[in-house]
Ligand binder design. Structure first.
Ligand code: NOJ
Ligand code: CA
Length: 710
């Protein structure tokens, strides 16, 4: 480790790039444990706080300023003085109760700088940098002080000055919804405003040319950068405004039209961490644990009441229009109206739930999600005032919840409850204790929640401070009832699952459901090869993979899934979530040889290795199941067929394995022939190499079984 407070020789060339550095600046620097990343903090001649980030002696973020705009107070950012600074190092290994891996190394060097303005009413704040081998995080803290009791933040002015016109994978900076398709453009070509009107999104608000995070970039020299935030608590979500001319990114916080500001906090407080993951290999972005590391340790203690699992659900059938959420009328998810009367029947009946339980019990699946079980759905879609629509405890008369739970228990299948809040958080907060108490009394340990539509009260957004607090508070409350939460239309993931491990999974992306009803043709084949390097860096995803009836016939002849069947299987390994749905209708799985992979695949991992990949092109991930040590591998490609060749270095030394390979058939193609697949077995060991042929939009899934006698 080394901390430098003088001008290091290696930094000399950085000065040449950074015109704002005064002639004799006081440079405060901190480098990562291996020395590959270096942060330099300094004040400009005007007393502006600025930082520079270098990786392997090359600047990756040039002079970037820090500051805030407040209500009823001058902006903070100039005329600053360094009051003092400290450095420290930290190295720990902590254990995830469930996750991509059991053990996580949290090793960083820290530089903490206390700053103040000049004069009598000088305001004080500090900036803390944590520098890791896989990137950096920094945050602001406002200590208790005389002249400032409360901060009403109109915006945060945190800059990230790019050093080139990188290729970026981005979604628009939407204040409500993360369910946009990804775009791949140069930073200079980012145009989020053009993405405002999406036919399938209930509401979007994109006030300026900004992107949501994580946003991932690749520089011309091959370096990967991903921008995000960690520990989003009592603050609003940070989008990144993009200046396409100067290639400057600047924080644009989500606001509240109702309140007219972005964040209100009483001092003392700290902001979330602003993060930049920096890696030379794309796969290292996925392996990086920087986001969870920047969160506080587990505050819940023993959470063994929840067990990671695969689940089925009375769910896809509603998205296909085969059945309905409500008992009386019918809804159309694609238009969010009740216009269409299809004659479909209520899905959540006792008999249907038992049918799914029987199927799950026969197939090593431990959970059953039932949506549309509670009254209120008939009063939801298309209704402006959605307060009080649901009480979350009253089942429809054709659904005997106690009988379903009893039957499930007999068969070893636990009910996953569903709470569609209709984006009315005040109603949810009013009923939530009785709702979670019901879940606990039924012996269940998880809930899927949902926040479809514009937030009530008007003028609030899904990602504003009010909702950030709502989502976090609901998860903390759920823990009191030993309930784990999988939120849809959620606040974005920022690694809080470390602190509250009952935050098990979430949506927060264009999920599988879009393939059932999106009028734009659904998710393209490149969707998940992008998601793996963007959205997945923030945390677990409830994507709901495993559709075998790719063309959705006869139910949705106009829609389809745009991947091969083997690609769907690979997603159980590629996408991480401790709840992993087998999303298709049971009748599409019954008797299907490829279903064996879903039966076998794990949901909780000892370790994860990203063998290869490029954002938007392909990715190959191997994961070892916790406790039994079995390995699984998933590979997916975009619309281009791809031959992959890799070595099985991750297998245990001296052991022989039978690899069962579920691959695309010779004629497979995501559109022309998506269900062409083949299953082969071969003997392998550590060091064996494997060749896989992925079809256009294709994939491969492999399970490795240790040969017992050897
Ligand atoms: C949107 C969710 O993403 C989906 O999974 C759910 O079925 C509907 N809302 C209804 O709550
Ligand atoms: Ca959704």
């Amino acid at each position: 480790m080394s901390f430098k407070t003088t001008c290091p020789f290696a930094l000399f060339f950085i000065f040449l790039l950074s015109c704002s550095i005064p002639e004799t600046p006081q440079l405060l620097t901190v480098e990562s444990p291996s020395g590959n990343n270096l942060v330099t903090f300094f004040l400009t001649e005007k007393g502006q706080a600025a930082y520079i980030v270098a990786h392997e002696n090359k600047v990756v973020l040039d002079t970037s300023f820090l500051g805030f705009d407040f209500k009823d107070q001058p902006s903070l950012g100039t005329g600053l003085m360094v009051q003092g600074s400290t450095t420290s190092t930290f190295n720990e290994t902590w254990e995830m109760p469930w996750g991509e891996q059991r053990e996580v190394v949290n090793h960083y060097n820290e530089l903490h700088i206390d700053l103040s303005e000049a004069g009598e009413s000088a305001r004080l704040f500090s900036v803390t940098f944590r520098v890791y081998d896989d990137g950096i995080g920094f945050r602001y803290s406002f200590p208790e002080q005389e002249g400032m009791k409360e901060a009403i933040i109109m915006d945060e002015r945190t800059q990230f000055r790019l050093t080139g016109d990188h290729t970026a994978w981005w979604i628009p900076g939407d204040w409500d919804i993360y369910e946009h398709l990804y775009n791949k453009t140069k930073v200079s070509e980012i145009n989020a405003i053009s993405k405002r009107d999406h036919p399938n999104l209930a509401q979007t608000y994109i006030p300026f040319n900004a992107v949501n995070t994580p946003v991932t970039m690749k520089a011309d020299n091959g370096l990967y950068l991903s921008f995000h935030e960690a520990a989003l608590v009592d603050y609003s979500d940070m989008t990144l405004k993009v200046d396409t001319t100067t290639l400057l990114l600047e924080s644009g916080l989500v606001g509240s039209d109702r309140l007219g500001y972005k964040v209100k906090r009483t001092l003392p407080f700290s902001t979330p961490w602003r993060t930049v993951q920096i890696t030379e290999r794309a796969g290292d972005l996925i392996e990086s644990k920087l986001i969870v590391n920047l969160n506080e340790p587990n505050k819940l203690g023993d959470v063994s009441w929840f067990t990671p699992m695969k689940y089925v659900g009375i769910w896809w059938e509603m998205h296909l229009g085969v059945s309905t959420w409500d008992m009386g009328r019918t809804q159309d998810m694609s238009t969010h109206t009740t216009d269409k009367v299809t004659g479909a029947k209520h899905g959540a009946t006792t008999a249907n739930a038992k049918r799914y339980i029987d199927f799950a019990a026969r197939n090593n699946i431990k959970g059953l999600l039932v949506e549309g079980w509670n009254t209120g759905w008939e009063n939801w879609i298309g209704v402006e005032d959605r307060e009080g629509v649901f009480d979350f405890v009253t089942p429809y008369p054709d659904y005997d919840i106690h009988e379903v739970v009893r039957y499930g228990r007999e068969k070893g299948v636990e009910l996953i409850m569903h709470h569609e809040t209709s984006a009315a958080p005040r109603t949810y907060e009013q009923y939530v204790d009785s709702a979670y108490a019901l879940i606990q009394s039924l012996g269940s340990h998880s809930v899927k929640s949902g926040y479809v539509g514009p937030i009530i009260p008007k003028g609030e957004y899904h990602h504003g401070q009010m909702m950030v607090n709502h989502y976090n508070n609901m998860a903390i409350k759920a823990a009191e009832y030993q309930v784990a939460v999988n939120a849809h239309e959620p606040i974005k993931a920022t690694g809080l699952r470390r602190t509250y491990p009952n935050i098990i999974s979430r949506e927060g992306l264009r999920g599988q459901e879009f393939n059932a009803w999106a009028s734009d043709g659904g998710n393209p084949p490149e969707h998940l090869p992008i998601v793996a390097f963007t959205r997945m860096l923030s945390g677990p995803i409830d994507f709901t993979p495993g559709i075998f009836n790719i063309k959705l016939n006869p139910h949705k002849p106009e829609n389809q899934v745009n991947t091969t069947l083997a690609h769907q299987l690979a997603l159980y390994v590629v996408i991480y979530s401790p709840v992993q749905m087998a999303a298709d209708l049971p009748e599409n799985y019954e008797g299907h040889p490829a279903f064996q992979f879903i039966r076998d695949v794990g949901a909780d991992w000892e370790q994860t290795k990203v063998l290869d990949g490029e954002p938007g092109d392909f990715v190959v991930i191997a994961r070892q199941e916790k406790d039994n040590g079995q390995w699984f591998l998933g590979a997916i490609t975009d619309e281009n067929p791809r031959d992959l060749d890799f070595t099985l270095d991750f297998l245990e030394d001296g052991k022989e394995y039978t690899a069962t390979i579920y691959a695309d058939g010779d004629e497979a193609h995501w559109d022309d022939n998506p269900t062409d697949y083949q299953i082969t077995t071969t003997n392998v060991n550590k060091g064996s190499s494997l060749e896989l042929k992925l079809a256009a939009g294709g994939g491969a899934a492999i399970s490795f079984e240790k040969n017992r006698l050897l």
